[in-house]
Design a protein around this ligand. Structure first.
Ligand code: G3H
Ligand code: 13P
Ligand code: NA
Ligand code: ZN
Length: 328
């Protein structure tokens, strides 16, 4: 059954857990998420980026979500636009049946140039007005996602902004967050608290203080009814890096956000945790392994089935670790 982000996250807040939000681009990823959800009885947030929509085609993606919801009638499914870059992207997502949209007004419509605060407020407010009229939830974003370690902000193409930002400039300002939510009416707010997108988050093993927990806590205290969202929340597990490298890959040693850190965030109001990279690593590792071990194999199912299984395992782990298991 379809459900909005607001409904899902209100329930999560009431019961002190968070929902992982997994990105999809194809059928195997959709099936992996639903198989995992069914196995542990978790509600689901499936999200599609603009890249996913153009890769899979909007019609294909929309019908796929319909199919997944029909195959798993007991699992509540929220279909979310990840990193919408403007009102048009959000509007067409709604036309295709998405029950939630992210208006990422922290960047301009090119999804590269940092936006002014006033632009962010205006564009997000406009999307909230439109989406809420359609019964659709809205996630906004305030602050520059980037690594505290490198001091670099990050554009959505994964390349750092020019110039080095100070520690404070990389974190969402709580006063501004309060005003932003008041002026826009967003249901959920993505905040910058020390994570970045992709596999290369930290160059050393994090010592336990990778997230700006004080910022999360303060924003949660002052905005108890706004659900906080953590982007860039892949844990980049060592064993997934190792499988890729063992079978011909070349992933330089890297570290992600430890699951225990995410669990601390969940204690302070984080309700949606975006995970894409971990699933990409799991899929790629499984495919590399099969193609290496069975060089004679050319039936795509021979490697796509293990790839789906590897992603299912990651999703199932996150449902349990973030506490959404048992809440479908
Ligand atoms: O934040 C971005 C997500 O990982 C989706 O990535 O834009 O390459 O589809 P994508
Ligand atoms: P990761 O790259 O850490 O998986 O983050 C994904 C994300 O934030 C999608 O919006
Ligand atoms: Na999102
Ligand atoms: Zn993101």
């Amino acid at each position: 059954a379809r459900i909005t982000l607001r409904q899902l996250l209100d329930h999560a807040a009431e019961h002190d857990y968070a929902l992982p939000a997994f990105n999809i681009n194809n059928m195997e990823q959709g099936l992996a998420i639903m198989e995992a959800a069914e196995a542990v009885n978790s509600p689901v947030i499936i999200q599609a980026s603009r890249g996913a929509r153009s890769y899979a085609n909007d019609i294909m993606l929309a019908r796929m979500i319909d199919a997944l919801a029909e195959i798993y009638p007991n699992i509540p499914v929220c279909m979310h636009q990840d990193h919408g870059n403007g009102p048009a992207t959000c509007a067409t997502a709604i036309q295709y049946g998405f029950t939630s949209v992210m208006m990422d007004g922290s960047l301009m419509e090119d999804a590269k140039t940092p936006a002014t605060y006033e632009y962010n407020v205006e564009v997000t407010r406009k999307v909230v007005e439109m989406a809420h009229a359609c019964g659709v939830s809205v996630e906004g974003e305030l602050g520059v996602l980037g690594s505290l370690e490198s001091g670099m902000g990050e554009a959505e193409d994964g390349h750092g902004f020019e110039g080095v930002l100070s520690h404070d400039e990389l974190l969402t300002d709580p006063d501004q967050a309060v005003e932003f939510v008041e002026r826009t009416g967003v249901d959920a707010l993505a905040i910058a608290m020390g994570t970045s997108h992709g596999a290369y988050k930290f160059t050393r093993k994090p010592d336990g203080d990778v997230l700006a927990m004080n910022v999360i806590e303060e924003i949660h205290q002052r905005l108890p009814n706004t659900h906080l969202v953590m982007h860039g929340s892949s844990s980049v597990p060592q064993e997934l890096q190792d499988i890729i490298n063992q079978y011909g890959g070349a992933i330089p040693q890297t570290w992600g956000v430890p699951v225990e850190e995410i669990q601390r965030g969940i204690k302070h109001g984080v309700r949606k945790v975006n995970v894409d990279t971990d699933n990409r690593l799991a899929i790629t590792g499984a495919i590399r392994k099969i193609l290496t071990e069975k060089p004679h194999e050319f039936d795509p199912r021979a490697y796509l089935k293990p790839a789906k299984e590897a992603m299912r395992q990651v999703c199932q782990d996150r449902f349990v670790q973030f506490g959404s298991a048992g809440h479908a």
